[in-house]
Design a protein. Structure first.
Length: 166
């Protein structure tokens, strides 16, 4: 059975630099995705994302390794790899955020790939695809809303520096 990458695209009314910050800086990631985020925006660094379920008294900590941080066009990391192993093709998923200017805003392309190469059975791969596909569908609108709010907060500063719009 083939397991295609999870791919999503959204348009965001914010400039590429703002979108890059929102997908790559921990203080922003913790606003639209995880409850906590700790990592550096530097290729090769390791970090964590944490989700907290207060009702169940559970904290799910997921390790990640940043593989690309090319401002403002690409932020990528590997995750879902076995504890104690170095992430690589065959033992982890690769999440890529590709960012490009589009009209008055930005086109964000998110791809989560690597499922074909991991040694999981078809049932586990199908569960992962269903769970993560639904997760991205839930979180990407939050990313858009957060990025647009950040852009609106920054707008008066930039506008004041440039003068009135014509």
């Amino acid at each position: 059975m083939q397991h295609a990458p999870i791919e999503r695209e959204i348009h965001i009314e914010a400039d590429p630099e703002t979108v890059f910050d929102v997908v790559s800086r921990p203080e922003h990631v913790a606003q639209w995705w995880s409850d906590e985020a700790r990592f550096e925006v530097v290729a090769g660094t390791e970090g964590t994302l944490t989700w907290v379920d207060a009702e169940a008294g559970r904290r799910d900590v997921v390790h990640l390794t940043v593989v690309a941080a090319q401002r403002p066009h690409l932020f990528a990391f590997r995750w879902a790899y076995p504890t104690g192993e170095t992430p690589r093709v065959g033992n982890s998923m690769l999440v890529e955020f590709r960012i490009e200017a589009e009209g008055t805003g930005t086109r964000l392309r998110m791809t989560e790939s690597g499922l074909q190469e991991v040694g999981w059975d078809d049932e586990a791969k199908a569960r992962f695809t269903e769970s993560h596909g639904a997760g991205w569908d839930r979180h990407l609108p939050d990313l858009r809303a957060h990025a647009e709010a950040v852009a609106e907060q920054r707008e008066p500063v930039g506008r004041a520096a440039r003068g009135p719009r014509r």
